[in-house]
Design a protein. Structure first.
Length: 346
């Protein structure tokens, strides 16, 4: 049987004899960690099989949202980036071997990897420009936990050099052969535990103008405030906070920006099961950023209203989806590498 994952809406997780059932509407998928959203050969059940998207179908659908998304962003550069979604190349449905099974890769999973529209990066990029990212052609951008390639290809179409790193095994298979020139820029996606893997650190390189991370570096994933029933609900960076931030600082140019942006559902009350991905505050303290050589521009800023505007523009509240006022919350933190910090090292 060939698995098609475009419309999977129900997964079951089994750990230590405890079954946790997570059912969610399609609009919620972008809130969950990568290890929850990639099919594996064990521990997951797939309830719904869908026909693959036709070549060009998803790009055409994404392009329909250009006007609505551009109405909620400010930067002309971000508007140009949003518009570039219509230039993403169509993807022909094809089969890959994944953990002993045939998996159908269509345009939907290729450009979203189960995280929803690549246009969900619009708010984070708009904030980066507002904080001083100049977005000059040739700017280098690194995405920690990139999740899908669509937004990186869109950045490359505008002339930027983009590098993304992730640990999801499906991404390595799905994007094999994708590295190289894209439009006037380039994309390189890498697999591994960054920055613990020193060879990966070398491959990622330095001299970045912007480091961005969306929906990965959350308090609840890195330093959860309550006991977590399943280790797959958290993210192990492989190094301590100081080492992680030191590496981010070292790979940025002086005055380079580090942007953390997190969409979240409502936090659970104390008498309800803990939801790690609902704690979207920075996992790193002010002091940790400062010790790593960063100037703090914005720390744990609540961005609920603008997140909801973007969510509405993307249709997350359509067809029985989210109730944005009660279901969608957001935080961001933006820091800048001090201009007098030591020169980056590879």
């Amino acid at each position: 049987m060939i698995l098609r994952v475009r419309q999977v809406e129900h997964y079951q997780f089994v750990s230590n004899g405890l079954a946790t059932v997570v059912a969610f509407a399609r609009a919620w998928r972008f809130l969950l960690p990568v290890t929850w959203l990639v099919l594996s050969s064990q521990g997951f059940s797939q309830d719904k099989i869908a026909e693959p998207a036709k070549e060009g179908e998803v790009v055409a659908q994404l392009a329909k949202g250009i006007g609505s998304v551009n109405s909620v962003v400010s930067s002309p550069w971000v508007k140009e980036w949003v518009t570039s979604v219509s230039s993403l190349p169509p993807i022909q449905p094809h089969i890959v071997q994944f953990k002993g099974k045939e998996l159908m890769i269509d345009e939907a999973i290729y450009y979203s990897s189960r995280y929803g529209s690549p246009l969900a990066y619009a708010r984070a990029l708009d904030l980066a420009v507002g904080a001083g990212f100049k977005a000059d052609r040739g700017s280098r951008i690194f995405d920690f936990g990139y999740g899908s390639i669509g937004h990186l290809n869109m950045l490359a179409l505008l002339g930027h050099e983009c590098v993304g790193v992730d640990i999801a095994p499906l991404l390595k298979i799905m994007y094999a052969g994708s590295n190289g020139p894209v439009g006037k820029g380039s994309v390189k996606v890498l697999d591994g535990l960054f920055p613990k893997d020193l060879d990966l650190v070398v491959n990622v390189g330095v001299d970045y103008d912007l480091v961005i991370s969306k929906n990965v570096l959350k308090q609840g994933y890195i330093h959860p405030s309550r006991d977590v029933p399943d280790p797959r609900m958290v993210i192990d960076l492989g190094v301590d906070d100081a080492s992680f931030l030191a590496r981010i600082a070292a790979m940025l140019k002086p005055n380079g920006l580090f942007v953390i942006y997190n969409f979240c559902p409502a936090k659970a009350s104390a008498d309800k099961p803990y939801i790690p991905w609902a704690e979207g505050e920075s996992p790193f303290t002010r002091g940790a950023f400062q010790l790593a050589g960063f100037e703090i521009l914005h720390f744990d800023v609540v961005d609920d209203l603008d997140a909801r505007r973007l969510g509405h523009a993307l249709g997350w509240d359509a067809d029985g989806g989210m109730k944005l006022e009660t279901d969608l919350f957001a935080w961001y933190t933006i820091v800048r590498r001090k201009p007098n910090a030591a020169s980056p090292k590879s």
